[in-house]
Structures are given as C-alpha cells and as structure tokens.
Design a protein around this ligand. Structure first.
Ligand SMILES: *Cc1c(COP(=O)(O)O)cnc(C)c1O
Length: 425
C-alpha cells in the first residue's frame, strides 16, 4: 500500500482479504499449525519456505498487524513483540552482543535506560550516553571500535526532548552502524524517522498505537536500507553462517530488506519467546484503524493545555515542543510539522506539597503511570514513581519535585482546561 496516504494505510494496510475471506483480520487462536508431510514442515524449519509452525515465533494475526506498522513507517519488514521493552531489547541484541557497545541519547524512557545501563551491561554490552542536544563533535567522540548501534527517542518519555534524527543518523552512518529510533510518542502519523535516515524503528504499541489502555505490546520495523554486508566484520550475526539454521547467512539470503527481521524472528523470538498474543495484535489493529484520526486530537488538546498552563501564574515552566518558547520548537517543526503528541510536562511553584494538592483536586484527569491513552492522565513523579528520592536527589536527576506530566486524551479541551484551572486553585 506504499502509494496510499497514511490515513488509508492506518485503515487498510497489512491485510488484504481475497474473495470470501473475513473482512476483519482473523484472530488465529492457535499455538500450532498442521502440515501434510514432514518434508513440508522441514522446509519451514530450514527457512526455505514461508509459513507458520509455532506461535512462539510467528502467527498470521501478528504478521498482518506488523505489516501495517511497517507500511506506516515506510519500512520493508516488521514484527510485533510482547512489549515495548522487548522491542527495544530485541532491536539492540539482534546486532549487539557481549563485547559490543551502544551510543544512546541520555534522554530516554526510564525502562530503556535500565535495560541498557543495568541489564544489558550484565550481558557484557557497554553504553555511552550523550545529551540529545550534544554537538556533532561530542557525538562523534562517543563512538568506539566496538560500537554497534546508536539509539534515541523521537520525543523522549518523559523529558519531551526532541531528537535531531538527521544528526544522529549522520553520525551513526559515518561510523558504519545503524540508527535505532524509538518512535512511540509521535507515532508514524506525526513522524517517520526512516524518512530522516533512521535504520530501525521501535515502538511501545501500548501507547498511542493501542491508544485505549487495553494491551501491552511492541513493534520493530526495519527500513531495509542498512548495508550489513558492507560492515561484514561488525555484524557477524547477519553476515556469517548461522549454524542453528544450517549455515544460512541472513544478509545474503534475505538481503537488506529482510535480514534484520528474519534473524530477529528466527533466533531471538525462537529463543526468548517475547511474542505478542494474537488477541493483543487484534486489539492493536483496532487502535491503528483510528490512529490518524486520534493523533491530531491528542496534539490539539496538548497544545491547548500547554498554552493554558504557560499563562497560569502558579505554573513555573512548561515543556511542550509545540510552544514557541520551547528549545525544541524548531526541531519539532522540522520533523513533526503537524505536531508531536499530547504529552505535556510542567512544574508547579511550591514543589512536592503544591503538586500533591494539585493532583488531589483533579476530577477529570486520572492519576496513573500510563500515558498516551484516550483518557487524560496525570503523574507527579516525586510522589509516585520516584517517591523514594529526596528533593535534592530529584533535582539532580532533572526531575523537580513540583514536576507534573499530563497526557492529554481525547476529551474536549475546554473541559480539560477547566479541570486544570480548578485544580490549580
Ligand atoms: C512505555 C515506553 C516503552 C516501554 O514500553 P512497554 O510497552 O511498557 O514495555 C519504551 N519506550 C517508550 C518511549 C515508552 O514510552
């Protein structure tokens, strides 16, 4: 469907029923698949034929939805994972093993930060964090001989910094490694990192793609542009024989377009099994069918709330890249001309106490750790996710005690603003 507009792809890409087939994506609720001969099944195991044998690796429902997401992102191949965490882990581990190194923006989701800096460190993988606002010199200085990938988030959760994708892609390619971008917050409706040089795109589909707070999930998309064979030494997993598949060389057999996702499915999904259930993939697709309708409304509400908060005397500062006062305003306009997302963060005068009082008065906005839901939700890290930290520790981490993150849902903006108005008192 690559010639259609994004709205059309949201509704129809990924699944094209033939005569008499179900109009909606069927949920293939089966762990296994039946074959007439062992030879037929053997071909699947040898990656000589395409097909399904066990849902721990692949399932048709998932593949329809993954194909839609790949099309939305303008990639050549995609896969679903059980969560956004699994998607990012797989994207890294598919090309970066023990002894490898990653260059990452420091402004990323807390779960991903832990994954890279604690858990993957235990696997023998090192990381160098750089500011998303670093200069090209600082970025170049972060690379090592054993660097395998560069990582960043288009709009970071929760800091809301905006990644200069072209700059990070240029640095990655100069050093012969791919750029992996987590595009969870803008979704492909508002930004397609592949158009700016990203090689691999990941998602927590739990957020806007699902959009209704229904199912945890993740996705990985390959742009199909990175020439693994040109970096043969750096990526032996893709460029040398896989003995667990009779000596297949992924980059040779499946080319630039298919090597990354095929290897990720046939090795990592086989061995770790972090697959999304077909039922969840079905829910995810329902969310995708209206993503292009919902995202502009999330942006409209986010913009209205940010503008309201910026004028309010009790609000110390507001972070939202749609505000001309934001240091990311120009970068956001370049990569996301139609706006980014509905998440706004702001700091109240009066620190922890003021935040607690404000949160207690909210009527419409719910207190949740979630974001990117149809229902507006609010979080004060100091009294929830980060409550074990002192005010001094919070300040050092760049999270003031009075900081509040609001994820604007799909309600009427007038009602959201009225709720904030009364809660601010
Ligand atoms: C939530 C989130 C994740 C983790 O996704 P889960 O689906 O919760 O595992 C990763 N990256 C970003 C940007 C997120 O917001």
């Amino acid at each position: 469907m690559s010639d259609y507009r994004i709205d059309t792809k949201c509704v129809q890409a990924g699944y094209t029923p033939t005569n008499g087939q179900p109009r909606q994506i069927p949920i293939v609720q089966s762990t296994t698949f039946k074959y007439d001969t062992s030879e037929d099944m053997g071909k699947l195991f040898d990656l000589e034929a395409e097909g399904y044998f066990y849902t721990r690796l692949q399932n048709p429902t998932n593949d329809y939805v993954a194909a839609k997401i790949a099309d939305l992102e303008k990639g050549t191949a995609g896969m679903l994972t059980s969560s956004g965490q699994a998607a990012n882990f797989f994207a890294f581990f598919n090309i970066c093993e023990c002894g490898g190194h990653i260059v990452s923006s420091a402004s990323i989701y807390g779960g991903t930060f832990n994954l890279i800096s604690v858990t993957m460190k235990k696997m023998g993988i090192d990381v160098t964090f750089v500011s998303p606002d670093c200069t090209m010199e600082e970025l170049n200085a972060a690379f090592r001989e054993n660097t395998k990938a560069v990582f960043g988030e288009t709009i970071a959760n929760p800091a809301l910094t905006v990644l200069d994708i072209e700059k990070f892609a240029a640095a990655a390619h100069q050093h012969g490694v791919p750029l992996i971008v987590d595009n969870t917050f803008p979704t492909p409706v508002n930004c397609r990192p592949i158009e700016w040089g990203a090689d691999i795109v990941t998602h927590s589909t739990t957020k806007y793609m699902d959009g209704h707070g229904v199912a945890v999930g993740g996705a990985i998309v390959d742009a199909g542009q990175f020439d693994w064979m040109a970096q043969k030494e750096k990526f032996p997993g893709l460029t040398t024989p896989d003995e667990s598949y009779h000596g297949i060389v992924y980059a040779e057999k499946f080319g630039k377009e298919g090597a990354f996702i095929t290897k990720c499915t046939s090795q990592l999904m086989r061995d770790f099994g972090c697959i999304q259930s077909p039922q969840h993939a079905f829910y995810l697709n329902l969310g995708l069918e209206s993503l292009h309708v919902r995202m502009p409304k999330h942006v409209e509400n986010g913009q209205a709330v940010a503008e309201f908060l910026e004028k309010h005397p009790k609000v110390k500062s507001v972070s939202y890249s749609g505000l001309p006062s934001s240091p990311y305003y120009e970068t956001a306009k370049k990569y996301m001309p139609n706006g980014g997302c509905g998440v706004v963060s702001f700091e109240l005068d009066g620190g922890r106490k003021a935040a607690e009082q404000f949160m207690g008065r909210l009527r419409l906005a719910a207190i949740e750790t979630h974001v990117a839901d149809a229902r507006t939700c609010c979080l004060n890290p100091a009294t929830s996710t980060h409550r074990q930290m002192s005010d001094e520790q919070l300040a050092a981490a760049g999270i003031p005690a009075g900081l509040i993150r609001i994820s604007c849902g799909l309600e009427a903006k007038e009602d959201l603003i009225a709720d904030l108005q009364q809660a601010l008192g």
